[in-house]
Design a protein around this ligand. Structure first.
Ligand code: FES
Length: 161
């Protein structure tokens, strides 16, 4: 048998496992990349969520609600100002006030209580003035952030102060 024939035969035997090994490496690498992406993306979304929400929040400058969609006096409507809950209070005398509805204590959503004429946080009993958003009682350290409210052409427009 010529030397070249032996060498070619040995190369064929040696290259088949090498190519399978290389293919296996590529497959494992691709699967590892997919797995890493599947794990990393939700982590990225979780970590980036506050920044995304802050950016979205900054882009919203006003919210308009049709007056016909609002309940009558001495009631309130919850709505979203960007991604933040907010409350629009329709007072008994016809005035409107709107506030950020995130309690300044630990972030629960507050609600208007018409029977008690106050804004109340059910988590720890924080109580806010329904006209100013100032803290009346309980643990909240700061008042609720007010919004500007204008009634125009059948709409109530709530915007940043
Ligand atoms: S979260 Fe509102 S009083 Fe604690």
């Amino acid at each position: 048998m010529p030397d070249s024939a032996v060498t070619a035969s040995q190369e064929n035997l040696g290259s088949a496992p090498d190519s399978r090994r290389a293919l296996l490496k590529i497959g494992v690498g691709a699967m590892s990349t997919c797995y890493a992406a599947a794990v990393a993306y939700p982590v990225y979304r979780y970590l980036a969520a506050p920044a995304i929400r802050a950016r979205e929040q900054g882009q919203i400058t006003a919210v308009s609600i049709a007056s016909k969609d609002l309940p009558g006096p001495n009631s309130a409507t919850m709505f979203l100002f960007g991604s933040r809950p907010a409350v629009l209070i329709h007072h008994a005398d016809g005035r409107y006030n709107a506030f950020d509805a995130v309690c300044s204590h630990l972030g629960c959503t507050v609600r208007f209580e018409p029977q008690n004429q106050r804004i109340y946080c059910p988590c720890h009993g924080g109580t806010y003035d329904m006209n100013t958003g100032e803290v009346i009682a309980g643990p909240p350290p700061r008042p609720l952030k007010p919004y500007r409210v204008e009634v125009t052409d059948g709409n109530v427009v709530i915007s940043r102060t």
